[in-house]
Design a protein around this ligand. Sequence first.
Ligand SMILES: Nc1ncnc2c1ncn2[C@@H]1O[C@H](COP(=O)(O)OP(=O)(O)O)[C@@H](O)[C@H]1O
Ligand SMILES: [Mg+2]
Length: 243
Amino acid sequence: MALAIEIENLRVRYKTRTGPVDAVSDLSLAVKEGEVLGFLGPNGAGKTTTMHVLLGFIEATGGTARILGTDVRRSIARRRIGYLPENPQMYRFLTGYELLYMAGRIFGMEGSRLRRRIGELLEMMGLTAAARRRISTYSRGMLQRIGLVEALIHDPDLLLLDEPTGGMDPLGRVEIREQIRKLKAAGKTIFFSSHELSEVERVCDRIVIIHNGRKLVEGRLEDLIPEGTGLEEYFLRTIGREQ
Ligand SMILES: Nc1ncnc2c1ncn2[C@@H]1O[C@H](COP(=O)(O)OP(=O)(O)O)[C@@H](O)[C@H]1O
Ligand SMILES: [Mg+2]
């Protein structure tokens, strides 16, 4: 099967006033097309930094990264990515519909094709009734959902979701999880970061755990986790070993 993401010996070193910070060290991983990969690690592990390299926001200090076979340093690599940032920033004076219309225009969509696409996605995400309201009136859960719709507007093949359930209540988390399931069923590849492990357990084909910028574990949940143990317990034990 083709690879959607290939990361080899990735290193990212930030220069700070107090000296260099190695956010990612010698990280290698691959995500197959059509796979859901959970990218797990505690705060500061290097998850967002890795995503920023894939998105071309920052340049790696060493190693290589490819998306759908194209080096991430080439802007064309980003054409087929949908991205949900950790803290989506939106023009809150716009309505949900206006935001999505603008996002579609950025990808060169227009007219009835764009209106139809917006309608379908709003319906899928249960946001139809809220579409004409200003984003400033949206709850945290609605913001995440409209952010996900925005990421999907151009029907990307690969989704990078940075903590998609962050700050959501249990109901909202279940909803996002269901959306990830639907996207997988539609053939999308999903690379998402999380530390809400109970959610991850249910949707991932495989997980990668990173800590202090280094990969500790990669594999299928059923192969990694002994019977009678939950992912949370396994995760804490794996991280704890490194302290
Ligand atoms: N722009 C930056 N400048 C300096 N250090 C940074 C910057 N961004 C992140 N870091 C540091 O890099 C490490 C990894 O951060 P991050 O990728 O945000 O982790 P995660 O998303 O897993 O919480 C942390 O130690 C963080 O403090
Ligand atoms: Mg992060």
